[in-house]
Design a protein around this ligand. Structure first.
Ligand code: SF4
Ligand code: SF4
Length: 420
């Protein structure tokens, strides 16, 4: 039996309180610092507001409490988790506690020396992100010169014997390159390829007009993925999830609010999903002030959207509510200003037209996004401070606060990459 299977069996044996089971996943966002500046970064747009980071001892406390609660899988994430020089120590502790551990990294800072120690300390898995199969677009989208480095890091990860997930966020600029991205993953020996179509939260929401693909681009990319799946069999498992905006029913977001996922932000805020910080009217408890068990089972934030009582119509009386739990609370807020509304991806929502219009706009522009159209805004401190200080805080409405600055914090995509 694999370590993961053992951990999951242990999880199943953890006690429940009422209807609430224990968390399965712990995502430790060790820091918001990152050397990259991805235009689709899922970190909060006002991350500069949350500079404090938990100490090593505090993180170790979080790992112990979470394991005791029943969490079995642990992702070390960020920002870039390698910016923390205690990462190796935290991995060792997590391994000792019996977690199945995954490092989610851009690759920057992942030297052979650090890989040696991470391997020795029991790290199980590495997820390495690329922005594209071409140097030009990879480096443009991250606003760094990292393509060659990532290639070197991928080779080192495999040389150290780690199972590797290659992750590439997809959008209108790189969807036409899906075949090349798959070829790249195969050449690198990745066991998994996560083709993660952009979900429009955080910085991706601010850059939504630029990143939103056309339905045709998606269909073509999906067909390519299907063809490869047939050709390569089990050599590399490819995940490809259609973005919400192109569906008529929402996803069962995080498998339910406060159901299996527990995120801890760099400053210790406990979150039921990565984007929850953008929701107004919720105070997220901090692991520095409250035991994790109380946060998970008893806090208002984690209980607010559990079950069905919070639902409004049309979800409340909908016969599909057990299937999708009303979709994503953050998306409901971003698009309807009320987190308790149905996710407007659902065509039963009175706000669904908004989603349809965004997709229609993308189709109208087609693949020929004019290079002088709204430039891409990168995730960096200057832009984040504008969000944090602006009257329009958070991801919602943030685009206006941070574009049109005429500074180097925005840029226009390479012209040839704007066409499919
Ligand atoms: S998405 Fe890009 S900028 Fe954001 S944390 Fe990951 S590597 Fe850094
Ligand atoms: S109305 Fe609500 S519960 Fe019903 S399908 Fe739509 S999002 Fe799901």
């Amino acid at each position: 039996m694999s370590d993961l299977a053992i951990a999951e069996r242990e999880h199943a044996q953890q006690p429940e309180r009422g209807d609430v089971g224990p968390p399965l996943w712990l995502l430790a966002e060790l820091t918001y610092r990152c050397p990259l500046h991805c235009a689709f970064c899922y970190n909060p747009v006002d991350y500069t507001h949350h500079r404090d980071e938990l100490s090593t001892a505090q993180w170790i406390g979080v790992l112990r409490e979470a394991r005791k609660l029943g969490a079995a899988q642990l992702g070390f994430s960020g920002g870039e988790p390698l910016m923390r020089d205690d990462l190796e120590e935290l991995v060792a502790e997590a391994h000792k506690l019996g977690f199945y551990t995954n490092l989610i990294t851009s690759g920057v800072g992942l030297t052979d020396a650090r890989l040696d120690v991470l391997k020795a300390n029991g790290l199980d898995h590495i997820q390495l992100s690329f922005q594209d199969s071409t140097q030009e677009l990879n480096d443009f989208l991250s606003s760094t010169r990292t393509f060659d480095l990532k290639n070197r890091v991928a080779r080192s990860i495999k040389a150290h014997g780690f199972p590797m997930v290659l992750n590439c966020v997809l959008h209108r600029y790189n969807l036409p390159h899906v075949d090349k991205i798959i070829d790249m993953a195969l050449a690198m020996g990745a066991e998994y390829l996560e083709l993660a179509n952009t979900q429009y939260y955080g910085w991706a929401h601010a850059n939504r007009a630029q990143l939103m693909p056309t339905a045709e681009q998606l269909r073509e990319a999906e067909a390519v993925v299907e063809r490869y799946r047939k050709e390569i069999g089990n050599r590399c498992k490819i995940f490809f999830v259609v973005p919400d905006y192109f569906e008529t029913r929402p996803k069962r977001c995080m498998n339910g609010w406060g159901s299996v996922f527990l995120g801890v932000a760099p400053d210790g805020a406990a979150l039921p999903c990565h984007s929850a910080r953008s929701l107004p009217g919720l105070t997220f408890p901090n692991v520095k002030e409250m035991p994790l068990a109380d946060i998970w089972y008893a806090s208002d934030a984690f209980n607010r959207f559990r079950g069905f009582e919070w639902m409004k119509e049309p979800c409340r009386s909908c016969d599909e509510k057990e299937k999708d739990l009303g979709g994503c609370r953050c998306q409901a807020y971003l698009l309807t200003h009320d987190a308790a509304n149905a996710d407007p991806v659902c065509d039963k929502s009175e706000h669904h037209e908004h989603v349809v219009n965004v997709v229609r706009d993308a189709a109208r522009r087609g693949a020929a996004l004019a290079p002088d159209e709204q430039p891409v805004m990168f995730r960096n401190d200057a832009n984040s401070r504008r969000f944090a200080g602006g009257s329009e805080s958070g991801a919602h409405g943030g685009t206006r606060a941070a574009t049109g600055t005429g500074t180097t914090t925005t840029a226009t995509p390479p012209k040839e990459k704007t066409r499919s």
